[in-house]
Design a protein around this ligand. Structure first.
Ligand code: B12
Length: 239
């Protein structure tokens, strides 16, 4: 199973001059999926950063041969670029499942599915869990009515499945911080369970209070082998 995330070719946004912002929506989803489902092959194509035009996009989709093409509009002004991306995917291979989501398509799911036959599924609201479930069920279309948070065509009608509840703890989206917290929670030293742990740019930061330098050291050792962290900063205070 292969999913290709596409940031479509866009005109330069005059307000930002030459600065090219990363397409946060799709890279967040790609990272989540990469962590959640190891069997899925993931590719991200940022047409602006990689200087790929519409012709190049068509060629890229053909050579990449994905099962799913996913794209995000961010805002309403990018609607046509997304529709054209999904149309291009269908032109290359009508069996590709085309998916989009984000603020604009969440608000206009009914109208968008009516207007764009090249759009198979709209993921409404937060995309992480919904997309992961959709990808896992890509070949079982009969299960689509059970997937919360999607709008799609089913038996000639547009169907809007019930809303998916929001992710309760957004901190769990970071697999490295989650793994580190898991180590602290699983420690036989119960006192370490009150230590908080943040992750940024390769650095795990431990915070909280303990009653001895020995415990502080144990806390650091407990998270020292977490994959993806290159440094542990131990800011635990000793009372
Ligand atoms: C960061 C940001 C920007 C950055 C974008 C950087 C980038 N390339 O990603 C910059 C500063 C460039 C920007 C510009 C603009 N922005 Co802006 N921006 C935001 C902001 C603050 C956060 C968006 C974000 O990155 N969120 C983080 C990501 C991870 O979340 P997300 O994109 O929502 O994606 C999640 C879900 O929506 C869903 N999802 C999204 N896409 C997809 C796709 C698929 C396939 C699936 C399954 C799911 C999915 O899953 C993701 C994970 O849960 C939002 C407000 C907000 N708080 O959301 C406004 C917002 C999106 N922007 C808005 C607007 C209007 C604009 C501009 C048009 C402003 C202007 N007047 O020029 C420009 C458009 C520029 C352009 N040409 O694209 C509006 C859009 C409203 C609308 N319907 O149009 C918003 C909602 C702000 C608002 N309330 O008015 N913006």
């Amino acid at each position: 199973m292969k999913i290709l995330f596409v940031e479509p070719p866009k005109d330069v946004w005059f307000v930002m001059g030459e600065y090219l912002p990363p397409p946060y929506g799709i890279i967040q989803l790609a990272a989540f999926l990469d962590n959640r489902n190891k069997e899925v092959e993931i590719e991200v194509l940022d047409c602006n950063a990689q200087q790929v035009d519409w012709q190049g996009l068509e060629k890229h989709i053909a050579s990449s041969n994905p099962d799913i093409v996913a794209s995000s509009s961010l805002s309403t002004c990018n609607t046509y670029a997304v529709a054209r991306t999904l149309e291009t995917a269908k032109k290359v291979n009508p069996d590709i499942l085309t998916v989009t989501g984000g603020q604009h398509f969440t608000a206009t799911a009914e109208d968008s599915l009516r207007a764009y036959p090249e759009m198979d599924v709209i993921v409404r609201g937060e995309g992480e869990e919904t997309l992961a479930e959709l990808v896992a069920n890509r070949d079982e279309k009969a299960t689509f009515p059970q997937i919360k948070g999607i709008s799609f065509r089913h038996q000639g009608k547009i169907v809007h499945n019930p809303q998916r509840p929001l992710i309760e703890n957004l901190e769990n989206l970071c697999p490295i911080a989650k793994a580190a917290r898991g180590c602290l929670q699983a420690s036989p030293y119960y006192i370490l369970r009150r230590i908080s742990c943040d992750y940024k740019d390769g650095v795990l930061t431990l915070k909280g209070n303990l009653s001895s330098f020995y415990e502080k050291q144990i806390a650091q050792e407990t998270v020292s082998n977490v994959e993806g962290a290159t440094l542990v900063v131990n800011e635990i205070e000793v009372d």
